[in-house]
Design a protein around this ligand. Structure first.
Ligand code: ZN
Length: 277
């Protein structure tokens, strides 16, 4: 298992972690101040400052873009909706390539409005990823399926376990992998086995913590060390597959960390990366 204290460059900041008080250019400057060498930016933040500006700032600061957030949201109620999703996903691939991102994270989407057909939604997800892979793979951009906790099955992602994501990878083949986010998968009794099964297909490892109680389904993630997830145990399983990429900190916290001075957040992230992860 890697010694994170000896590997400070493996820390990546998912830019959502400080999104409330800083723009993307401010985040990039903040990363430079705190010697964070990798980021995973979000599309809306990139759009707000402009793709060319974002790409230039990232290059100027020598930042690694270990992932781009995000593509997905494949299921739709009709063919026109699916075509819109497909077009938007191709744009996400183009942006990821312009930023030099190492993969495109996929949050695959849930049920179309009015639908109760989760099996149908999952089929649409599979078809959507297959089509996007045919666009991204020739351009050497891998797609990372991120399974989300089952509480998001209706509205965000109907891929809810690593086993499901691995099944998709098995049937889709090259150009598709997974992102392991401890927040979404820590509870899964099959996690150790499924991480081993994912093997070299693991394209991202995201950390935060599960707070007890959790007050908001989406925006109450904890700082590493403040909750119940045994992060080093999961990291050990991930690294046993040969994973050698970033440890990405991704915290949505409307009531706590988003309200704090982002420099304080980055100092805490840097410290917990070493002491907790
Ligand atoms: Zn994540």
């Amino acid at each position: 298992m890697r010694d994170l204290a000896a590997n400070p460059d493996l820390l990546s900041l998912n830019t959502a972690t400080v999104r409330e008080r800083w723009t993307l250019p401010q985040i990039i400057e903040g990363c430079a101040r705190h010697e964070v060498r990798a980021i995973a930016p979000w599309r809306d933040q990139v759009a707000a400052c402009g793709l060319d500006t974002a790409a230039r700032l990232i290059r100027t600061h020598g930042l690694r873009v270990n992932g781009y957030c995000r593509g997905g949201m494949f299921p739709a109620a009709d063919a026109a909706g699916r075509a819109r999703a497909s077009e938007d996903n191709r744009r996400a691939v183009d942006e990821a390539l312009a930023l030099g991102a190492e993969c495109l994270i996929l949050v695959v989407g849930g049920l179309p409005a009015g639908s109760k057909d989760i099996a149908g939604a999952r089929q649409q997800v599979k078809d959507g990823i297959a089509a996007l892979r045919d666009y991204a793979h020739p351009q050497k951009l891998p797609l990372a399926i991120e399974p989300l906790h089952p509480m998001y099955a209706a509205d965000r992602a109907c891929v809810n376990t690593l086993a499901q994501a691995n099944d998709l990878c098995d049937s889709l083949g090259e150009g598709v992998g997974v992102a392991v986010d401890v927040y979404h998968v820590w509870w899964d009794p099959a996690l150790e086995r499924e991480i081993a099964r994912a093997g070299r297909r693991i394209l991202g490892f995201h950390v935060c913590d599960w707070l007890v109680p959790t007050s908001d389904m989406l925006l109450d993630r904890g700082m590493m060390g403040d909750g119940v997830i045994d992060i080093p145990r999961i990291r050990r399983w991930v690294e046993a597959t040969g994973y050698s990429d970033c440890v990405e900190v991704e915290i949505f916290s409307a009531g706590n960390w988003w309200k704090r001075d982002p420099d304080e957040v980055l100092r805490t992230v840097r410290e917990r990366y070493v002491t907790v992860c």
